[in-house]
Design a protein around this ligand. Structure first.
Ligand code: TYM
Length: 356
């Protein structure tokens, strides 16, 4: 039996370079290695936590599916499916929630961040505890609302993983906390029912550290809600323009000067897309105070385009073939449901739900 790999991406728009370098590129490499049984899906139920327009959601599911295939995922080698097609996920979500604490969900970084955004609360330190959020949510004169789906986002993510008994879950750095919770829920379930049932999944990064792709606007990560994305489907001109506009500084004035965050961010992306020689060349130039950021940005844009332009070209063709896409997810759903059905049957039995 091969180890099981599973991961997903929310259909909240076109995929960006962070999604690619943090996740999708690893999916493709793992598939190519042929050592795993792989499941890759489109997390449309997770996208519902932010109440998208139904038409837009549907379009985005199709976009991500076509981008998966354009980036190299092959439905003959990996099971590609849409999360909501696996109805068993909804059932296990209900069952697993009985063993998940409201407090631990409220303390996750992603929840605090999103809840604060929805409530319009700004804080200096995002790690601060959540009295501010809790007060607004519980106080009965608050007319603001954060939906329960957002709070239980980690339960749903744990269910995606545990229902397929995944060993490896390739995700970017921002998802590590959710993975840690998944392991905790698995251990808790096993110990409560005294079974050795759920596996504890691990992130996978080919031996390296999990990736966090920064934005080019100075600080923080690349993300849709940050509005700083380089999209896989950006035309050459658009992408070059975005990279050339990246924030830098006035340049180093003393040799080996530590890099300011915006400059370090450019190098972080360069390391992920360029040859080691090129990275060394620009690092040396920086350390000697001879760097020309314009040259660095030009090279960076070309190296990014070398990755994204072929994906963009294939995307157009795949996206227009609806019949093919329909067949892919129909077969994917059948394969994913087979596994999921068995897991849910077992969980029902373990929890004491069985026929007379
Ligand atoms: P989402 O859509 O937010 O992110 C999808 C993947 O892209 C990675 N990512 C990044 N990696 C590095 N740098 C960035 N700037 C960056 N931005 C995004 C994320 O780490 C992630 O791997 N909750 C998941 C979706 C999901 C899932 C699952 C994943 C639902 N169920 C089960 C694995 C297993 C998410 O973050 O989606």
């Amino acid at each position: 039996m091969k180890p099981i790999v599973l991961s997903g991406i929310r259909p909240t728009g076109q995929l960006h370079l962070g999604n690619y370098l943090g996740a999708l590129q690893k999916f493709v490499k793992m598939q190519q290695e042929g050592k795993y049984e792989s499941y890759f899906f489109i997390a449309d139920l997770h996208a519902l936590t932010t109440n998208p327009d139904p038409k837009v959601l549907h379009e985005n599911v199709k976009n991500v599916l076509a981008e998966y295939i354009a980036a190299g995922l092959d439905p003959e080698k990996s099971t590609l499916f849409i999360q909501s097609d696996v109805r068993e996920v909804a059932e296990l979500y209900l069952l697993l929630n009985m063993h998940v604490g409201i407090g631990e969900l409220m303390r996750t970084a992603a929840f605090k961040d999103k809840a604060r955004k929805q409530l319009g609360i700004t804080v200096d330190n995002p790690d601060d505890d959540i009295e501010d959020v809790a007060r607004q949510l519980i106080g009965n004169n608050s007319n603001k609302r954060v939906n329960a789906g957002l709070l239980t986002y980690p339960t749903l993510m744990a269910v995606d993983i545990l229902i397929q008994k995944a060993d490896f879950v390739p995700v970017g750095k921002d998802q590590e906390q959710h993975l840690e919770l998944t392991r905790r829920f698995a251990r808790r379930f096993n110990s409560f029912y005294n079974v050795d049932f759920f596996k504890e999944p691990q992130n996978f990064n080919f031996g390296g550290e999990p990736v966090k792709v920064p934005g080019l606007d100075g600080s923080g990560k690349m993300g849709k809600s940050e509005g700083n994305c380089l999209y896989l489907t950006d035309e050459d001109k658009v992408l070059r323009k975005k990279v050339m506009r990246a924030v830098t500084d006035a340049g180093p004035t003393v040799p080996n000067q530590p890099m300011a965050e915006p400059v370090a961010n450019l190098f972080t992306i360069l390391k992920l897309v360029a040859t080691p020689d090129k990275v060394q060349f620009f690092t040396d130039a920086y350390n000697r105070c001879e760097i020309r950021y314009g040259d660095l940005k030009k090279e960076l844009a070309e190296d990014i385009l070398a990755i994204t332009a072929p994906i963009r070209e294939r995307f157009k063709e795949i996206h227009s073939d609806e019949e093919y896409l329909r067949r892919v997810v129909k077969r994917g759903a059948e394969q994913a449901r087979e596994h999921a059905r068995q897991t849910v049957e077992e969980v029902r039995r373990i929890m004491g739900i069985h026929p007379f």
